[in-house]
Design a protein around this ligand. Structure first.
Ligand code: NAP
Length: 241
């Protein structure tokens, strides 16, 4: 039965930024498919998922992954979702803002992949899902560090897929389009920018976090066992335009 391939019973999933926004929807989707879900964030999730508090700006990824495997005995799915954005013209972007964005959106992603990858390679199985962006493909407007980090996430995803596919570890990415979360409040508050965005989305609306959950379940599951290094846009058709 092909639907059985999508079940995640017995799998342990760690979702960074799983307390709100896109991460919360991905965590709920993985849980509904049968996974045991743990969440990493600075503020406490309202969901009942096991919470591992950590600031990804300064994370000891090996210790964090040790805590998860110490609690659950294994780690099958890592979703690198947590991310931040700082908006400014490139000439006004401070070193501090650049470092903050690269630190959370790219450095922490690599460190968590490395730590989880060791565990998954030893298990002979695992799935890593990195959350990319439309700005993994485009330069965006006034978000140079974010665009650089998200391009980096795609390069990292492909590099790790090359290394780890033969070891049974699937590394792929989801590239969300324009999704209504805290991260995009400023865009939606700017009536002109909001109208321009919606007008360019073939689906004719902003996405909601729940639009991404099915893709995460798929990528975490046996159904995606031969998928390596893919970047799946879930964008209402934005990139096709
Ligand atoms: P969001 O609503 O602003 O949520 C960001 C999440 O990241 C929160 O759970 C936050 O938790 C966590 N986080 C941020 N900094 C952290 C830190 N230093 N340590 C630990 N956790 C941290 O954003 P979102 O829109 O859901 O975005 C989630 C991901 O999707 C990001 O990677 C973003 O770049 C990507 N994305 C979003 C969109 C969009 O349109 N919304 C589009 C493309 C890609 P705490 O604050 O509690 O720590």
């Amino acid at each position: 039965m092909v639907l059985e391939l999508f079940r995640l019973d017995g799998r342990v999933a760690l979702v960074t930024g799983g307390n709100r926004g896109i991460g919360a929807a991905l965590a709920s989707g993985l849980s509904a498919a049968g996974a045991t879900v743990a969440v990493v964030s600075r503020s406490k999730p309202e969901s009942g998922f096991t919470w591992f508090p950590a600031d990804l700006a300064d994370v000891d990824a090996d210790t964090l992954v040790d805590q998860v495997t110490g609690t659950f005995g294994r780690l099958d799915v890592l979703v690198n979702n947590a991310g931040i954005i700082r908006r400014a013209d490139a000439v006004d972007t401070t070193d501090r803002d650049w470092d903050a964005v690269i630190g959370v959106d790219l450095d922490a992603v690599f460190r968590l992949c490395r730590a989880a990858g060791k565990v998954m390679l030893a298990q002979g199985r695992g799935s890593i899902i990195n959350v990319a962006s439309m700005l993994s493909f485009q330069g965006g407007i006034r978000v140079p560090a974010y665009a650089a980090a998200k391009h980096g996430v795609v390069g990292l995803t492909k590099a790790l897929a090359n290394e780890w596919a033969a070891g049974g570890v699937n590394v792929n990415a989801i590239a969300p389009g324009y999704i209504a979360t805290d991260n995009t409040v400023a865009l939606r508050a700017d009536a002109q920018r909001n109208a321009a965005i919606v007008e360019r989305i073939p689906a004719g609306r902003w996405g909601v976090p729940e639009d991404l959950a099915g893709t995460a379940v798929f990528l975490a599951s046996e159904a995606a066992r031969y998928l390596h290094g893919a970047v799946i846009p879930v964008d209402g058709g934005w990139l096709a335009r």
